[in-house]
Design a protein around this ligand. Structure first.
Ligand SMILES: [Zn+2]
Length: 338
């Protein structure tokens, strides 16, 4: 029996089979099976249950792998959704920051425009024109609406408003300085400074050469805010302070004409388009006691009969036109809509 190197159970079964075979020996041919012959080797039972476990385990592993893969896909999808959501949040935050920046810039622009318009209003009542660029003020004010979504453009508008305000402030300071002094020490400058609030200046020079004519004074369109007085004319023996005053009025009228071209154009119709006639009328209207003809006594028995101007006085209707013209001159502030 020890010849079978098989599990103990198998041996038992083999012995039982052999015993059964021995018991059945009477019914069978005893000669076919020798009593002492060893039993046929019996194969061990196949491990069926283990195969089942392997299959189950395989299916389980596959199921687990599928499950894990699905879980990974879901996690990936969730991650992508979260990233998109995060991007949207960041974009909204950026937009909020941009809006805040835009609002801040608009407030700064509004403050700059208020200061600019306040500075411009200081020019109201000054007859000299061309001192405040009204078109630029309007353009800047309108740009607030035009550039309402453009922070960089709003910043540029603010810079322009600040630069223009600085320019106007300098002009105001220069005028105050001009009005408070008298660099030529002359009656001419005293009168012109008073009439023009310091925004028109006086130069005593070679006006004859500058204006190309024999004149006592003139204003050149290339520099319309400067009255040129002919130095030789100012030194004439009959030139009195009264005559100088009248001449200054006449020349200042030219400053007003040249720096206020639009209203001047319509007023000139009452003077047949003659600037000189209109300038004489200005002196006659605004300088009490002024006339074009003067007798200037230089001694108790010598005098000069002097005619200043262009020989024509003006009537009441022309003076009314002149008054209307004068009321329209210079800068007039308008409501600025931002
Ligand atoms: Zn003139």
């Amino acid at each position: 029996m020890s010849a079978y190197a098989c599990p103990q159970g198998g041996v038992v079964i083999a012995n039982e089979q052999a015993a059964a075979a021995a018991q059945d020996g009477a019914a069978h041919d005893a000669e076919d099976v020798p009593r002492d012959a060893p039993a046929e080797p019996v194969s061990p039972p196949r491990p069926r249950r283990r195969t089942g476990w392997i299959v189950a385990l395989g299916i389980g592993v596959i199921a687990l792998a599928v499950g894990v893969a699905l879980l990974l896909l879901e996690l990936q999808s969730m991650n992508a959704r979260m990233e998109r959501q995060q991007e949207r949040i960041e974009q909204q935050e950026r937009q909020i920051e941009e809006q805040k920046g835009l609002i801040d810039r608009k407030e700064t622009f509004g403050t700059a425009m208020e200061e600019l318009t306040a500075t411009a209003r200081e020019f109201e009542g000054v007859g000299v024109g061309g001192l405040v660029p009204s078109w630029q003020l309007s353009y800047l004010a309108e740009s607030a609406w035009r550039h309402r979504y453009d922070a960089a453009a709003v910043e540029r508008g603010t810079d322009e408003a600040i630069a223009l305000m600085a320019q106007l402030s300098t002009r105001l300071m220069d005028a105050r300085s001009q009005a408070s002094g008298n660099s030529t020490g002359s009656v001419y400058e005293e009168v012109v400074d008073r009439l023009g609030d310091g925004f028109a200046t006086t130069s005593i020079d070679d006006a004859d050469r500058l204006c190309g004519a024999d004149v006592l004074g003139c204003v050149d369109s290339a520099g319309p805010r400067t009255v040129h007085i002919d130095a030789a004319g100012a030194a004439l023996p009959y030139m009195t302070d009264w005559l100088k005053t009248g001449i200054a009025y006449h020349e200042y009228a030219h400053v007003l004409q040249l720096t206020n071209p639009a209203p001047t154009e319509s007023a000139l119709a009452a003077f047949d388009g003659d600037h000189e006639w209109m300038a004489d009328c200005f002196a006659l209207t605004y300088l009490d006691g002024w006339s074009l003809d003067h007798r200037v006594w230089v001694s108790s028995f010598q005098y000069w009969d002097v005619s200043v101007g262009y020989g024509r006085t003006c009537d009441a209707s022309q003076q009314e036109v002149l008054g209307d013209w004068h009321s329209q001159l210079g800068y007039r502030s308008e409501p600025v809509a931002q």
